[in-house]
Design a protein around this ligand. Structure first.
Ligand SMILES: [Zn+2]
Length: 243
């Protein structure tokens, strides 16, 4: 048996820049981890050697696979939604794809962005959060997509959040954190995974001061739990979760 964690992201590189600590820590303790990324990142601002959106998508697909391997991710998958256009995508279709995968992977906990869209307030991140939230609540419901596998209800939904603002950037509106992960033991792993995204090297340079100042921790907000409970501070994503 054992515990399973699913991470839903919008772009190749989110899995390490945003969630790398949580994924590496989980893998280290024997949790089976999965990452589903909604797009192949072909609208990225940093394009490496790619001469077309398709080429960038291919390049980033390979970088995503390399990064997931470094983070010890057991299953990774890119879906074919259009990068930069998630706000115009069909929410029901997106939620259905996630429900089908949640029922198949059967994660105990799910992590994704919060409604703020993360540090860079990317609309794709906000939509990933919305679709994942719907899928979390619908995967266990007999009223939703009954043909898409056996019902399954994950126990915890967490949003990534932050305990700081970045100077000179538009301020995101973060959810209050309830979970603080000390990621110092896996920080080198997270950094190696970030380096695997060679097309995003300029981004890594820009992000370096942020990681130097704030890179010891990742913060998450418990957004939903199958057991009613007050918001309390925790350092363990799986505290109270039953296998
Ligand atoms: Zn992203």
């Amino acid at each position: 048996m054992g515990l399973r964690l699913l991470c839903v992201t919008a772009h190749p590189d989110d899995e390490c820049f945003a969630f790398g600590g949580a994924l590496a820590l989980a893998a280290e303790r024997g949790v089976e981890t999965s990452v589903i990324c909604l797009t192949d990142g072909q609208a990225g601002s940093y394009r490496g050697s790619a001469s077309s959106p398709q080429e960038l998508g291919e390049l980033r697909r390979a970088e995503f696979a390399a990064s997931c391997k470094i983070l010890g991710v057991h299953h990774h998958e890119l879906l074919d939604f259009q990068d930069g256009q998630l706000e115009f995508a069909n929410l029901s279709e997106m939620a259905a794809k996630l429900v089908e995968r949640i029922r198949r992977i059967r994660p105990h906990a799910i992590i994704t962005f919060g409604g703020d869209g993360g540090l860079n307030t990317h609309a794709d991140h906000t939509v990933a959060s919305a679709a994942t939230t719907a899928a979390f609540h619908w995967a266990g419901s007999p009223k939703r997509y009954p043909a898409l596998g056996d019902l399954y209800q994950p126990q915890r939904l967490y949003y990534l959040t932050y305990n700081f603002f970045v100077d000179g950037r538009p301020r995101h509106i973060p959810a209050p954190w309830t979970l603080t992960l000390d990621i110092r033991s896996v920080f080198l792993c997270k950094q190696d995974a970030m380096r695997a995204h060679t097309s995003q090297t300029p981004l890594m340079e820009r992000a370096r001061p942020i990681f130097e100042q704030h890179g010891q921790e990742e913060h998450y907000a418990l957004a939903a739990s199958i057991v009613p409970q007050p918001a309390t501070q925790s350092t363990d994503m799986f505290e109270g979760v039953t296998e």
